[in-house]
Design a binder for this molecule. Structure first.
Ligand SMILES: O=c1ccn([C@@H]2O[C@H](COP(=O)(O)OP(=O)(O)O[C@H]3O[C@@H](CO)[C@H](O)[C@H]3O)[C@@H](O)[C@H]2O)c(=O)[nH]1
Ligand SMILES: [Mn+2]
Length: 359
């Protein structure tokens, strides 16, 4: 029928998860793209503070009191005063797909000046196969106007299911504190029109501010670790989740893509504060990365939960010598899986919150 807008893709199969400590006015700019979708807002910090959500959005909101009430003692695995709290939203969602975005990320424009529907591009990335076993030099062969190039084995052209779609950022790039300190005015103005699969056996620094994933394929691996209040490290939440997720995707034959879509990252967080949060991570990652590069998961591990529990064992055995924190983290990884399975037995109703649903 003329004038009837098409039903947005995955409208009832995708939740948008937003970690926040502030009012969500940023949603006004995303309204054309996000309004049809259900939001899961994870309110961090003081639960007595009211987070204002613009009218017309369908959402559920969880604050720390809700997390403690729903998880009981297992709430200890969910970070406080760090964006890592967002993973609680993945756990309580009942949808097949998740898109997570930070509240200082806005709609970017492509080189033609058109607003970028980041969610639509993530959905395209997630619904098309990935190619981790052989690199296609013309990038994503499943995009319109592209294909596999000469010499690409036909036996590999079916690809594998895509578990994660990792988007990028114009304006404020996701730099670590030292880089941000030496290049305070650097802005990313380079729009690269490419989506590519991260090859099997290669790790990558997963940023959580513009990220989509297939929750049914890889959800239990998306634990954002113990960060923030009471922890010796911060701003490595998404990195930890990305390293665990990548080794498990490699083991299970799943793919991870990076590139389009871009969002406009508007706020540079304080590099001095960031340095305090992340400096241990800058040392530790020189030992963490070789650990993940050497990880081997037994073939008996055929589910994400089994892989993740095995990974937690190896973290405890091989990283405790780096710092006692990793023993605590390994235990929290196990608690996370226990909580995930408690909230996600097959066919149960979703967790209820104490907050009023949107109007
Ligand atoms: O204590 C907190 C602080 C912030 N949040 C919410 O988390 C996101 C990201 O916050 P912010 O944009 O201030 O931080 P960045 O440094 O730009 O974030 C990048 O670092 C990663 C660290 O985890 C993060 O994923 C990257 O995007 C906002 O929505 C804040 O409202 C919070 O929940 N708790
Ligand atoms: Mn930010």
């Amino acid at each position: 029928m003329a004038g009837v807008s098409p039903t947005p893709l995955l409208k009832d199969e995708l939740d948008i998860v937003i970690p926040t400590i502030r009012n969500l006015d940023f949603l006004e700019m995303w309204r054309p793209f996000f309004q049809p979708y259900h939001l899961i807002i994870v309110q961090d910090g003081d639960p007595s503070k009211t987070i204002k959500v613009p009218e017309g959005f369908d959402y559920e909101l969880y604050n720390r009191n809700d997390i403690n009430r729903i998880l009981g003692p297992k709430a200890s695995c969910i970070s406080f005063k760090d964006s890592a709290c967002r993973c609680f939203g993945y756990m309580v969602s009942k949808k097949k797909y998740i898109y997570t975005i930070d509240d200082d990320c806005f709609v970017a424009k492509d080189p033609s000046g058109k607003d970028i529907n980041a969610l639509e591009q993530h959905i395209k990335n997630i619904l098309s196969p990935a190619t981790p076993y052989f690199f296609n030099t013309l990038y994503d062969p499943y995009r319109d106007g592209a294909d596999f190039v000469r010499g690409y084995p036909f036996s590999l052209r079916e690809g594998v299911p895509t578990a994660v779609s990792h988007g990028l950022w114009l304006n404020i790039p996701d730099y670590d504190a030292p880089t941000q300190l030496v290049k305070p005015r650097e802005r990313n103005t380079r729009y690269v029109d490419a989506v590519m699969t991260i090859p099997k056996g290669t790790l990558f620094p997963m940023c959580g501010m513009n990220l989509a994933f297939n929750r049914e394929l890889i959800g239990p691996a998306m634990y954002f670790g113990l960060m923030g209040d009471g922890q010796p490290i911060g701003r490595y939440d998404d990195m930890w989740a990305g390293w665990c997720t990548k080794v498990i995707c490699d083991h299970l034959g799943l793919g991870i893509k990076t590139g389009l879509p871009y969002i406009w990252h508007s706020k540079a967080s304080n590099p001095f504060v960031n340095l305090k949060k992340e400096y241990k991570g800058i040392y530790w990652q020189e030992e963490i990365i070789p650990f993940f590069q050497a990880v081997s998961l037994p073939k008996e591990c055929t589910t994400v939960q089994q892989c993740y529990t095995e990974l937690a064992k190896q973290v405890k055995a091989k990283l405790a010598n780096v710092d006692p924190y990793f023993t605590k983290l390994a235990d929290a990884m196990v608690t996370w899986i226990e909580a995930w399975d408690e909230l996600n037995p097959s066919g149960e109703a979703p967790a209820k919150t104490s907050n009023v649903k949107a109007k």
